[in-house]
Design a protein around this ligand. Sequence first.
Ligand code: HEM
Length: 553
Amino acid sequence: MFQVLTSSNLFKDLPQPSKHLLFQNPIGVIPMSISADLSFSILPSFWSTYFNENNQISISILLVFLVLTLFRFRPKFWRPCLPPGPCGLPLVGYLPFLSGNPHHKLTHLAKIYGPVYKLRLGPKLCIVLNSPASVKEAFHHQETLFPNRDTTVCALLSGYGGSGIVFAQDEGDWKKLRKIFTRKMISKSNLDASYFVRRQEVRKVIKGVFESVGTQIDIGKVSFHATMKSVLAMTWGDSGRLMGEDGVGLEEKFREMMDELMVLLGSPNVSDVFPVLGRFDLQGIGRRTKKVMGVLDGILNFSIEEQRKMGGKGNGEGKGGYLQLLLELQDNEDNSECITNDQLKALLLDIVIGGTETTATTVEWAMAELMQHPNTIKKVKEELKKVIGLNAVVEEFHFSKLCYLNAVIKETLRLHPPIFLLVPRSLTSSTTLGGYYIPKDSTLYFNLWAIQRDPKTWDNPSKFMPERFINNNNDNAMEFYPFGYGKKSCAGVALAERMLMFILASLLHSFDWELPKDSVIDFKEKFGIVNKKLNPLVAIPTPTLSNSDLYLA
Ligand code: HEM
């Protein structure tokens, strides 16, 4: 066969076939070893009779056709390869090496394997993206390939089988819920209208701290209390709807159950990694979640019934709360906004789960960083004094003037993003990323931790320097996205920004904070659903406002 072709001079102007050919594919140039005999023997002999010896056009067409055919039916080993990555152990993969703080380990692996690498966790193939460029490539060009978050047993049980926004499995339902959440529940006008509810709860917390002046205060607990109470008040309105039949408040029970649910959501579960073991529920996480959800569901059903009986005003004036607003949507004739009972309850839980720990933890980290940096805290306090004065308390209208405090919050979110790997996504079809082949069903991790501390982007990346966010637009870049990226980024940013500013400004404006004698601040982390401080930050407050009545306002 080789003889036939050369005798007809079919390739007379081409270089002699080499044993190593370079094929250009959309990813780049891939070297492939092909046996010359084999490559030429697949050309049928009849070509020589049909084509004129000097017919260059025909040769070109033939070659294009050949290359395309070879590319289309290329064997697997010609395709771009899987990303590099560490070998794990048989069966469990890299799982045993990720205990402690997995984000530190994942960032360390990026230094060895580069911006895109693979890991096996049990039977799952996980792809970790560690550079702004790889995340940009994924979100800008391929977001449709990973529409859903990777669910866990606990997330599905606590979200009424994926009925809420966070773990919605159906694109249409997710769109509907997200629209309701962002355009109605936390629209600017609704947030403005419900300001008095948040103010009331934050002021109560400040009053509580004032009453404990001189004693040790757990800052994380105080901020959690302020966010949880504010979110609950915005949900149930100001009419105390979270009441049991006997008139005893169900709020305490609800909070207790939510705390337990958060712990369960953040616990690594063998059933998630090895779905075949799911029915054995080896750690009992499924059973415990069902138990907690039984109580929460009872409370939600009861409060929904009560709210229906009482009717009430929609949240146009911030009085009826989100529950009333959602019940009105449920009765809506317009199908595009009508939601089921499960969707309503899942949405309420999404708000409480998504909105409390994240915000409270950020306040605690910010306070820890500020207390570690006396010059920075001094600048914040000077700004608060200048903008608000010591004869008044913090109000939302002050926020736009608190530029330095705003930079402090951003710097805290850069160094301590509460959800540092975002919520992992599942890939619905194979693709290529960073030049590597990524198979269908892989799980994508976006390593925000590594990106927001990358020395290629940030000067002195581990140093707390709020100044870097003053007069620059880093927050628009792919290098900084603590609220996620793309169409599934945080739906609660507008509320989060107001709550963070309000709690932090109120704590710092109302008190001077001092560490207990002989104690030091540590920055150790506790891995979970949210990246919390391992050891709580405890500090002693001294009042700073000019008049004690201001603490009771
Ligand atoms: C410091 C505060 C907060 C941070 C850092 C934060 C961060 C995030 C992140 C990283 C995601 C996942 C994005 C992704 O997967 O790409 C997310 C999703 C979400 N967050 Fe937040 N969040 C905060 C506060 C809040 C608050 C206050 C609420 C609600 C009241 C909220 C509601 C949600 C919801 C509903 C989603 C799911 C959005 C969707 O799938 O469309 N978050 N958040």
